[in-house]
Design a protein around this ligand. Structure first.
Ligand SMILES: Nc1ncnc2c1ncn2[C@@H]1O[C@H](COP(=O)(O)OP(=O)(O)OP(=O)(O)O)[C@@H](O)[C@H]1O
Ligand SMILES: [Mg+2]
Length: 370
């Protein structure tokens, strides 16, 4: 057994270095004995800076961590907190799971405390996405019911207005002297607008299990760009395509995907009425994989659509995918909500980055076909 001790020690070091959880061990006085690589990455504090220091001082900006260590030391019990947040140097707070355990010697006397930290950002992200898609699904059902109820009377209103239009003469005036035909025109125009809102809502409920096939993403994007070409030209927008021609096909529903990129490109064109640059980039994504219904992991590719428009205000970033969120006078606010739903149906994801005054980039991740 003796000869194996150095081997086991090496192995322990390898395990502590390789493990994805942060592992921190402090002695009975609270001095740090072990601070592994994952702990370095999560806290932004290097092992060299942490060793021998007081664990309570190192976590001085994290009251919850310190109090959990104290509780474990005083009670001798383990404590877990899976909803904790770690304040991190030079970064956003990291959502983590924290487990503190008392370390004892052979006689059961306390020798120190072990703290394990698990990065939960992926899990939180997933939970948030699930919550959002649940909300959308429920909303979709209710909205479809309402849309259906409104559509019929709307047809009646529009029909009656049309009848009036044919009965009224060019010169007929209301009491205030306004042309009656103008009023009827307003009714017709607004009825049409309402109808397009209702159509948009009903699109949501038609999304379920569309037929999917193999498609080249570039032909989908080219189709979308062609449809926007005229408006882009009018607004003096410079279009730049940076495609990776070696990208494999994706699996999906062509019409729905066209709709997604149409919404995103249309938004980009709409925020640059005085000119700008629209860049469409495609490439393999090295960051994301997604587990599909077939239980296998698929690589993801990414389409990035960037504009040089005014950007999205920080306080709006969380809302832009919500149905009916719009900052435009004539917007409906369904473009991105619908796109989000479609990309979810494709087991992909949409991300957005935006800087006020500099522009916005929408990144659409889609799984590659086998
Ligand atoms: N590229 C962009 N730059 C700045 N803001 C954007 C951009 N894309 C979307 N937005 C913001 O997100 C909101 C929601 O977009 P969305 O496409 O869902 O609705 P909309 O464009 O307002 O209306 P519509 O339903 O007609 O598309 C927009 O009103 C705008 O405030
Ligand atoms: Mg839009």
């Amino acid at each position: 057994m003796k000869t194996r001790a150095p081997q086991i020690q090496d192995l322990t070091v390898d395990i502590l270095t390789g493990i994805v959880d942060g592992v921190i061990v402090a002695d009975a006085d609270g001095r740090v004995l072990i601070w592994n690589r994952a702990a370095e990455e999560m806290t932004g504090i290097t092992t060299a800076d942490a060793l021998e220091k007081s664990v309570r001082d190192l976590f001085s900006g994290n009251d919850a961590v310190v109090s959990q260590i104290d509780k474990t030391c005083s009670s001798g019990r383990s404590y877990s907190d899976y909803e904790a947040e770690l304040a991190v140097k030079h970064g956003l707070p990291l959502p983590v799971g924290l487990v503190t355990t008392l370390m004892t010697d052979n006689d059961g006397r306390p020798r120190g405390v072990i703290l394990t930290i698990r990065d939960q950002s992926g899990v939180r992200d997933l939970k948030e996405r699930m919550r959002r898609s649940d909300r959308l699904a429920a909303l979709g059902l209710i909205a479809a019911g309402i849309a259906h109820e409104i559509k019929n009377p709307l047809v009646g209103i529009r029909g009656a207005a049309q009848l009036m239009q044919s009965e009224v003469n060019e010169g007929d005036r209301a009491e205030d002297g306004k042309n009656l035909l103008e009023y009827i025109g307003v009714i017709l125009k607004e009825a049409d607008r309402l109808n397009s809102v209702l159509e948009g809502i009903l699109d949501f409920t038609r999304l379920k299990s569309p037929e999917k096939g193999r498609h080249n993403i570039h032909s989908i994007l080219d189709r979308v760009l062609l449809l926007n070409e005229e408006q882009a030209l009018q607004s003096e927008i410079v279009l730049s395509r940076q495609y990776d021609p070696s990208l494999p096909d994706i699996t999906g529903n062509q019409d729905h995907l066209v709709q997604v990129f149409l919404n995103i490109v249309k938004n980009a064109v709409e925020v640059m009425p005085g000119g700008g640059r629209l860049t469409v980039i495609t490439r393999m994504s090295d960051l994301f994989t997604s587990v599909q219904a077939d239980g296998r992991k698929h690589h993801l590719m990414v389409v990035k659509v960037s504009d040089t428009g005014p950007g999205i205000a920080q306080e709006h970033l969380a809302d832009i995918f919500a149905p009916f969120f719009t900052t435009k006078d004539s917007g409906v606010g369904l473009g991105l909500a619908l796109s989000y739903q479609i990309i979810q149906e494709h087991q992909g994801t949409i991300r957005v980055e935006s800087k006020a005054g500099e522009g916005t980039t929408f990144s659409v991740y889609l799984p590659l076909a086998e």
